[in-house]
Design a protein around this ligand. Structure first.
Ligand SMILES: Cc1cc2nc3c(=O)[nH]c(=O)nc-3n(C[C@H](O)[C@H](O)[C@H](O)COP(=O)(O)OP(=O)(O)OC[C@H]3O[C@@H](n4cnc5c(N)ncnc54)[C@H](O)[C@@H]3O)c2cc1C
Ligand SMILES: NC(=O)c1ccc[n+]([C@@H]2O[C@H](COP(=O)([O-])OP(=O)(O)OC[C@H]3O[C@@H](n4cnc5c(N)ncnc54)[C@H](O)[C@@H]3O)[C@@H](O)[C@H]2O)c1
Length: 507
């Protein structure tokens, strides 16, 4: 008989959630983690960077001019900020450890148990792993009926850039900085790059450069969102090298401990060479698979190293893969949902497929950007006819009270009798508060009419969402005919034959 019913490899958000859901079903579970519990959901990832972001935003707000007060000479040093970030991460990892300890043995009425093993796992055969422990006597073999692989991802490196973890770093090394760099270049204008550009710009101690090879930052977002994010970064002092190709980047020793010198080529052909103190490389992530000996388990991998999964199942029926290791959507909430889903499949709860249509995210910029469901560019790619309303923050009382009226709410609904909510983007302070109502509406396929009828507290940013919906119904309190630059309505449809062809293909 195998040692365990389920063995989960990786104790990040996806693995921890999977183990906990297996426990709900009374399973005997092994959870193998080679590093600190929490993975990138906590360390060098979501919680650490969001703590940095919160602290940087408070700092920036304290120094704003339109409050009737201004906190001058606010002292900030990296060591102390970093210590607060560490505190937040330890708090979370202690909670995870506490629960694992409490659930280590079965109890009367609770047959489930989770044994936590410290060490790196690799497959010996489809039902057995070897765990290379860190201490003497900690290495062992573990056999299990089922496996859930949740080993996550790490920053992608580029062959021509030598990452030394000191002058040229990735998001894994932020916590090892000893001081705010005087200057920092960030390569890659995706989410990680833009969030760290925001954080360092908010603290005001670092001159930030952002290298963006594409025509606009955050290329997966609509142009109005991405352009306003870029404008805001530039207003905060960030220099964005738009459409710039990196030619070289290297650490050069000098009498002051060295600099990083980089050369970029602009789309126009001109070259520019700049020296900075540090460089942060944020060009995506790669899956943690190479040390798993997946071939011994017969698990198929794609050419980029990630595990191919179909609704969390690999090609080997008793082995599942969840979270970043599948390299599709790299988010904590997605990892957790996938982990739980795999556990439920193992435990025979259901075999319905996971849907990603209602995915909610927040980008932690200045201000934050909340997203759920379709944006305009995806709706257009899929040839979905839609109506869109854009409602400016300047008309929302809560934003006026916060003296922070920059931003807008943008809602997409289907251009038909049903007026189903398709998606929303909100950019502004408290933008994320708008997500929940829209999420429920999309989940249940509800119409814009129902969203318009909800009671919202006052004053709240969600009132902007509400009046935006009303505007789409032609019943808003503030009228687009009066506030022509603050309120926008439009309709996007396609040549009928083309749309019919696209719809037929989708079916
Ligand atoms: C800077 C940054 C900021 C982010 N911010 C957000 C955010 O705001 N919101 C959001 O939703 N997402 C965010 N993410 C993404 C999020 O952190 C990841 O999507 C999430 O952590 C993935 O969870 P996971 O469990 O799949 O993998 P991970 O969190 O990477 O965990 C995998 C675990 O497996 C362990 N492991 C690996 N190999 C082995 C092995 N052989 N044996 C044993 N253990 C092993 C690792 O040590 C690790 O602990 C951010 C990521 C980064 C880098
Ligand atoms: N708030 C959040 O939810 C949050 C925050 C951070 C990270 N994350 C997750 O982590 C993942 C990884 O983030 P990321 O920013 O590293 O990846 P990303 O895929 O979002 O962005 C990578 C960027 O690097 C650029 N790039 C790639 N190769 C390059 C090259 N050779 N030269 C120059 N630029 C190059 C790409 O054009 C892209 O803009 C994200 O996909 C996201 O899911 C989420």
């Amino acid at each position: 008989m195998p040692d365990f019913e389920v063995c989960v490899i990786g104790g990040g958000p996806a693995g921890f959630a999977a183990a906990m859901r297996c426990w709900d079903f009374g399973k005997r579970v092994a959870l193998v983690e080679k590093g600190p519990l929490g993975g990138a959901g906590v360390f060098n990832g979501a919680l650490s960077s969001k703590t940095f972001w919160e602290l940087s935003r408070d700092y920036r707000n304290a120094r704003r001019l339109n409050r009737g007060y201004r906190a001058d000479n606010v002292e900030v040093d990296f060591d102390r900020v970093s210590a607060v970030v560490d505190q937040a991460c330890s708090e979370k990892t202690r909670q995870i450890a506490r629960q694992l300890e409490a659930l280590a043995e079965p109890r009367p009425g609770c047959p489930g148990s989770i044994r936590h093993y410290r060490g790196a796992a690799r497959f010996l055969d489809p039902h057995t792993i070897h765990v290379e422990g860190t201490g003497a006597g900690e290495s062992r073999r573990i056999s299990a009926e089922n496996f859930i692989i949740a080993t996550g991802s790490r920053p992608r490196e580029l062959p021509h850039i030598a990452i030394d973890g000191d002058s040229i770093i990735t998001s894994d090394h932020i916590g090892t900085l000893e001081a705010f760099p005087r200057s920092l270049v960030i390569l890659g204008a995706g989410v990680v790059g833009c969030e760290f550009a925001t954080i360092f710009a908010n603290f005001g101690r670092t001159k930030v450069y952002l290298i963006d090879r594409a025509p606009r930052i955050l290329p997966f977002e609509d142009a109005d969102i991405a352009n306003l994010c870029a404008t805001n970064l530039e207003a905060a002092g960030v220099t964005i090298h738009h459409q710039a190709n990196l030619i070289s980047m290297e650490h050069i020793d000098d009498s002051h401990g060295g600099v990083v010198e980089y050369t970029i080529e602009h789309a126009t052909g001109g070259r520019e060479t700049i020296q900075v103190e540090k460089a942060l490389i944020s060009v995506g992530r790669v899956p943690n698979t190479e040390s798993l000996d997946l071939d011994k388990a017969g698990v198929e991998q794609a050419e980029r190293g990630h595990i191919i999964d179909h609704d969390t199942r690999t090609n080997v029926p008793h082995i599942y893969a969840v979270g970043d290791v599948t390299l599709d959507i790299a988010l904590v909430n997605v990892g957790e949902i996938e982990g739980r889903h795999a556990a439920e499949r193992i435990c025979g709860l259901h075999d319905s497929k996971l849907s990603y249509d209602n995915l909610a995210t927040i980008m932690f910029l200045a201000p934050e950007v909340a997203a759920i469901g379709l944006n305009e560019q995806t709706a257009q790619q899929r040839r979905i006819p839609y109506r869109v309303g854009v409602y400016d923050y300047s008309l929302v009382n809560r934003a006026i009270a916060m003296r922070n009226t920059e931003g807008f709410v943008k809602l997409l609904i289907s251009d038909d009798e049903e007026m189903k909510i398709l998606g929303m983007r909100a950019l502004g302070t408290h933008a994320s508060t708008t997500l929940e109502a829209v999420s429920l509406m999309i989940q249940h396929g509800r119409s814009a009419r129902e969203l318009a009828e909800l009671y919202h507290p006052h004053p709240a940013i969600t009132e902007g969402l509400q009046d935006c919906v009303r505007m789409l119904l032609g019943t808003s309190i503030y009228k687009p005919s009066v506030f022509q630059s603050e309120l926008r309505l439009s309709r996007v449809h396609y040549d009928e034959n083309e749309a019919a062809a696209a719809a037929a293909k989708d079916d």
